[in-house]
Design a protein around this ligand. Sequence first.
Ligand SMILES: C[S@@+](CC[C@H](N)C(=O)[O-])C[C@H]1O[C@@H](n2cnc3c(N)ncnc32)[C@H](O)[C@@H]1O
Length: 239
Amino acid sequence: MAMPGRSREVESSQEGVHPRLDSLLKRHIDSEWSQPLHAPSVAAFRLLESIMDGRSEQVILDSGCGTGESTRLMAEAMPDCIVVGVDKSSARLARTGATSFPHREGNAIWLRAELASFWRLALEAGWHLQRHYLLYPNPWPKPGALQRRWHAHPVFPDMLRLGGRLEMRCNWEPYALEFAVAASRLLGVHVRPRQLAGQAAGPKAAARDPCLSPFERKYRNSGHRLYSVVVSCDSSAVK
Ligand SMILES: C[S@@+](CC[C@H](N)C(=O)[O-])C[C@H]1O[C@@H](n2cnc3c(N)ncnc32)[C@H](O)[C@@H]1O
């Protein structure tokens, strides 16, 4: 039984990298994805551009920012950059304290949008990211849900084309392994997941890997193993 206040580990019949990941990646590389853009996200993106003072450089993207706490932390830590937190959930974004979006506070901006459209719009608009965070994306652990995981989604090549230092964190090892395999394959590099230092590793080690978001805090407090995949999307062209 789940302990109150503790989060259950991801359960799945899948162990390791999904056997269909490779063929799916090949399909995404060989064919262009042309699904129409999500209209409300297009409108939201246009409004976002109007409050960015023409700055599409020095941008940090917090994709799937949830309650926006991580966006605020990043904006404080990197005052020379604009940090854009994007999430589709109005309930989660409302926890920023704002009532309409986009909402700007200093160098932090929150936007309600669908990421698969948002990433394509940002790419079309010529954005080149400094950093991109994808913190604790929904893992979709059922083997049949492979295509819902971001690295197996047809938008993944465009997400990588946004450039910058990309960091994905999650609490399910197969997701981290697959993300590393997919990014390596598309960028022609070799990256591997790293396990983040948990509380048991002591305060020094924990300080090396500070907690970045509310989900991370919950998982750390529940004793989960956490993984990070970091990849530079600038060094080579996306296949
Ligand atoms: C598990 S939560 C993690 C939230 C936050 N990053 C954190 O670590 O605390 C995943 C978030 O991704 C958002 N999300 C999932 N799919 C999305 C999509 N297609 N477009 C925009 N946001 C999405 C959800 O609404 C949710 O807030």
